[in-house]
Design a protein around this ligand. Structure first.
Ligand SMILES: NC(=O)c1ccc[n+]([C@@H]2O[C@H](COP(=O)([O-])OP(=O)(O)OC[C@H]3O[C@@H](n4cnc5c(N)ncnc54)[C@H](OP(=O)(O)O)[C@@H]3O)[C@@H](O)[C@H]2O)c1
Length: 287
């Protein structure tokens, strides 16, 4: 009976706006706010990760494609060595390229580069020529204890996500997609919720190149003034209250700290609706 209740809970997405973590369908907890590291290279990546962990973050997002797993690993190790956090308290996400013919050894290589003996979450980075074989390798890695949870990225339709639910032993726990105030795929989020899957937002500020449109949006600024918070903090808070996991990217320690300082205010229902009203349904990227 107890096992049956546990299984029922594991397949439900339960969201509480004040919680700093969510329970994935794998049974593991995942922080709802993390640091994105795309385009951060070398020392910049290492320092950003270290600075994030010092500011309280416990979720770090990287990918094989970003070419910074070694530096991300170094940033984590520095924080662990200094007693800022323990390895087991940090949730590390990396991603596999979908065209790889060597996904098993790619996972081993990521473990080595990150300097860890397990990875918290591995995502299939996007749709590609070898999707199924890569996802199968991810399932094998879970069974081998190398990876705790798996997911997919850049799948925007129920049909695309359903493929991985129907055809593999382990369903995705997370779908990481472009998602922001100007592109809100609420339909997918609501459907995924019923499947026990969380949506994780990339480009919360529009990515490098579009940040002004987001951070200087008059509606966002008006709400920010009402709460005496910054536009970035309002946007991060909107993602969390809307039920998303969110990973703003930054190389600037002041921005990194600012983006994490979102636990002391709550957007009202009216403010949430105002921000929802900004949706244009258009993505910046089409990968
Ligand atoms: N799965 C995928 O295909 C995919 C694709 C894209 C991204 N991602 C992930 O999602 C993460 C987030 O996306 P992103 O980093 O590309 O874009 P983003 O988070 O939307 O925006 C990053 C930009 O915002 C600026 N910024 C951050 N905090 C700020 C603040 N408080 N005030 C003013 N400016 C601020 C950053 O500049 P500073 O460095 O100066 O702070 C940077 O220029 C990535 O890092 C990556 O981990 C995944």
């Amino acid at each position: 009976m107890r096992k049956a209740i546990g299984l029922m809970l594991a397949s439900l997405v339960i969201f509480c706006a004040d919680a700093q973590t969510v329970k994935l369908n794998s049974g593991y907890d995942m922080p709802v706010l993390g640091l994105g590291t795309w385009t951060l290279k070398g020392d910049v990546a290492e320092k950003a990760v270290y600075s994030a962990l010092k500011s309280g973050y416990r979720l770090i997002d990287t990918a094989r494609y970003y070419g910074n797993e070694t530096e991300v690993g170094r940033g984590i190790r520095k924080a662990v060595d200094e007693g800022i956090c323990k390895r087991e308290d940090v949730f590390i996400t990396t991603k596999l390229v979908p065209w790889s013919n060597t996904p098993d050894s790619d996972i081993d290589d990521s473990l080595e580069k990150l300097g860890v003996d397990y990875i918290d979450l591995i995502l299939l980075h996007q749709h590609g020529s070898n999707d199924d074989a890569v996802y199968r390798a991810m399932c094998r890695a879970v069974k081998a204890g190398k990876v705790r949870s798996i997911g997919i990225s850049n799948f925007y339709t129920e049909k695309g996500v359903s493929h991985f639910i129907k055809n593999f032993d382990i369903p995705p726990a997370v779908v990481q997609n472009e998602n922001h105030i100007f592109y809100q795929n609420n339909q997918l989020r609501d459907w995924a919720k019923g499947q026990g899957i969380y949506i994780e937002s990339w480009y919360p500020f529009g990515g490098r190149g579009h940040t002004k449109d987001h951070l200087q949006n008059p509606t966002v600024l008006e709400i920010a003034r009402a709460h005496k918070k910054s536009a970035a903090q309002v946007i991060v808070r909107w993602h969390i209250q809307a039920g998303y996991i969110v990973i703003p990217g930054s190389s600037n320690p002041a921005h990194i700290a600012e983006n994490y300082n979102v636990w002391d205010f709550t957007l009202t229902d009216a403010e949430m609706s105002q921000l929802e009203g900004l949706d244009k349904g258009v993505r910046y990227e089409n990968w």
